[in-house]
Every structure is written in structure tokens, then in C-alpha cells.
Design a protein around this ligand. Structure first.
Ligand code: TXA
Ligand code: MG
Length: 325
């Protein structure tokens, strides 16, 4: 079921009343509130269990509105917005006065994005303002890419869930810091580095080569319940079968070259060769292996080009050290 006009109107009303709405975007589902309502924004942090210093993304209906939310629009930001909005790109710029510090985790910069999903755009125009929204999952866990993931994860804590079907990109937006002289990629995502470089006409730095300096980017993130271990592709089968034999319930992310190979493990998901299809399925695969009772997920990294860069980033973070419970 996909959201109808009446649902959009109702959801816009919920936002005006200070409530929380789960919003489908082309990347992942967001947990949205009126960006200008500090109390509503505070509820997002409460529901997610997210530390209040982790900044949110403000979603707006059109690129024309960008100037209303930021202190200035540098030339690079204008070029990127023109090329990639609506779409899976988030720009970090100097905070405009309209944005409360609650939404930016106290920072003097703000992240802004125009999403490409028709339901998100319909909601944003019906509402008229900015919608602050992180991904609609509990802090640190896997982002939702369907409305039922949102319901399973957040239940009654959300006032209204807009169903926009499964997300077509499947990994979060690319975040570009455009405040300085040279833009830098803070998080790889749905717009590839290659696309950004083609639009800008010069090379960019990305997180794996630059120090992590973004609040809200902990080593462990995007993590399922099962532990995630990354291995070289040629060791995938042996590592998985040994772990299974030594008492784990192993789930394997099996790449195309293993298709049809019988594996002596608890569960297998076949990961698509197409990076677009892999990105679209990634979070669903992690959730599926959790649901099937795996306690260990074994995967290899894809080639880190195009969307493979974002997929590898999420897998590394899913495999990152977990906070002590
Ligand atoms: O695709 C997406 O970006 C999704 C959809 C819902 O739009 N949203 C999303 O939000 O992934 P979230 O909160 O899970 O991740 C946003 C990240 C923060 O964790 C933080 O790293 C970065 O954006 N961010 C936000 N504001 C920032 C700022 N002012 N400076 C640097 N990084 C910022
Ligand atoms: Mg998130």
C-alpha cells in the first residue's frame, strides 16, 4: 500500500502538531519532525535513543528553498544542488537562523537535502517547512528500507507511518561538506564519488582516506544483531563453514561467483552483482539474516567504486567494534 493524498494531508497535520512521521525517501525511511520545532526535534532523539549531539538532516521540497535554511550558498553547493537535487545528496552548509541548534546537535552548520521520493516531496510541499529526519531506526542499528521495517523497529513511538514502498536506492545519501574552499565527502552514499567529481570537475577526498570528524559517525553503525565479519572473497567459504562447525549460526553474503555452490551454513543470501541492486537490498539482507536466527554474518567487500563505495562503508561500519553492553 502506498500513501494517498489523504495520508499526505494527515501526515502534514501531524508535523504541524509537533508529532513524528516516518517518511519514505529514495534512500531509506526517515523519522521526521518539524525542523523548526525544538520539542518535536527532541522527540526524534528520544525515540531513536540517539545522543543529542548527533546532527539531523533537514529535508526541503525544492532547491530554491535552500537559501532559507543556510547562511549562504557557496558556488560549489549551488552546482551540486543543481546537478543532484532532488536526489540522494546532502549538503552541509553554514546554519541559517531558521534552524534551531537542537536539529544540528549544537553545530553552526546544517545538513540539507531535497529527497527524490514522490511521497516525501508531496509531504514536504503540503507541510511547507523543513522536515528534520534521521533514518527511522534505533541508534546504531540497520536503517529501514520498507514501511514494515519502520513499524517493526519503532512501533507506536511514531505518530504516523507514510508507506512509499521499498526504497529504490537503499543506502543513505552522500554527505558533502560544502562549507570550505574544497568540498569533502563526509559519508559515501547514493550519489557516487565519480558523479560528484564529474559535476565539479575535480577530485574529492572520501572518508576512508580522511579522518572521521563527523559527529554521529561511530565505528559501529548500520549494525544488525548478529556480529558481522568481513573476509577476503577467496576465504569466504572456508571461514563460513569453519565458524558454522565451531558452533555459530552463520549467515553468508554469497557473491555471484558462489551461485549454486552448496554451503554448509545456517543461511545464505545471494548478493546481486549489480551494485545498484546490492545497495537496494543491503539492509534487507542484514535484517533477513537476523530474522533467520544467525549470530554471525560473513561477507566480503565489493569493489569500492561507484555505489560499491557506500556498500563497503556500511559493511565496514556494521562490522565495527560494538559498544560494550
Ligand atoms: O539518506 C539519508 O541521508 C537519510 C534520509 C532519511 O534522508 N537520512 C540519514 O540521516 O541517513 P542520519 O541521521 O541517519 O544520518 C545523517 C548524518 C549524521 O549522522 C551526521 O553524520 C551527518 O548526517 N550530519 C548531519 N548534520 C551534519 C553537520 N552539520 N555536519 C556534519 N555532519 C552532519
Ligand atoms: Mg542513520
Amino acid at each position: 500500500m502506498t500513501a494517498e493524498t489523504a495520508d499526505i494531508e494527515q501526515a502534514a497535520g501531524v508535523l504541524r502538531d509537533g508529532g513524528l512521521v516516518a517518511v519514505p525517501t529514495e534512500t531509506v525511511y526517515g523519522l521526521g519532525a518539524n525542523a523548526e520545532d525544538p520539542a518535536a526535534v527532541a522527540r526524534i532523539f528520544e525515540v531513536k535513543g540517539r545522543p543529542p549531539t548527533h546532527p539531523l538532516i533537514v529535508h526541503i521540497a525544492t532547491a530554491d528553498q535552500l537559501g532559507d535554511w543556510v547562511a549562504d550558498v557557496p558556488e560549489t553547493a549551488r552546482i551540486l544542488a543543481e546537478h543532484f537535487w532532488p536526489g540522494p545528496l546532502t549538503l552541509v552548509l553554514r546554519r541559517g537562523r531558521r534552524v534551531p541548534l537542537e536539529a544540528t546537535g549544537g553545530l553552526e552548520t546544517v545538513a540539507v537535502r531535497v529527497p527524490a521520493h514522490p511521497v516525501a516531496l508531496a509531504l514536504l510541499s503540503a507541510f511547507g517547512g523543513g522536515v528534520a529526519a534521521p533514518s527511522a531506526n534505533r541508534f546504531g542499528s540497520v536503517s529501514p528500507t520498507t514501511a514494515s521495517h519502520v513499524r517493526a523497529e519503532l512501533g507506536d513511538a511514531v505518530d504516523f507511518v507514510l508507506d512509499g514502498g521499498p526504497c529504490q536506492v537503499g543506502v543513505e545519501s552522500t554527505i558533502v561538506d560544502a562549507t570550505g574552499e574544497v568540498p569533502s565527502v563526509l559519508r559515501p552514499g547514493g550519489v557516487t564519488r565519480e558523479q560528484l567529481e564529474a559535476a565539479l570537475g575535480f577530485p574529492l577526498t572520501v572518508p576512508e582516506t580522511s579522518p572521521v570528524r563527523v559527529p554521529g559517525q561511530h565505528p559501529s553503525h548500520y549494525a544488525p544483531r548478529a556480529r558481522v565479519v568481513l573476509v577476503e572473497p577467496e576465504k569466504l567459504v572456508v571461514e563460513a563453514e569453519v565458524a558454522q562447525e565451531t558452533g555459530h549460526r552463520v549467515g553468508v553474503f554469497a557473491p555471484g561467483f558462489l551461485a549454486g555452490t552448496p554451503l554448509n551454513v545456517h543461511a545464505v543470501v545471494e548478493v546481486p552483482d549489480s551494485m545498484a541492486a546490492y545497495a537496494r537490498g543491503l539492509y534487507g539482507f542484514l535484517r533477513e539474516l537476523d530474522q533467520r536466527g544467525c549470530d554471525l554474518i560473513i561477507a566480503s567487500l565489493p569493489v569500492e567504486a561507484g555505489l560499491g563505495l557506500a556498500i563497503a562503508n556500511r559493511l565496514r561500519r556494521a562490522a565495527g567494534p560494538r559498544p560494550v553492553e
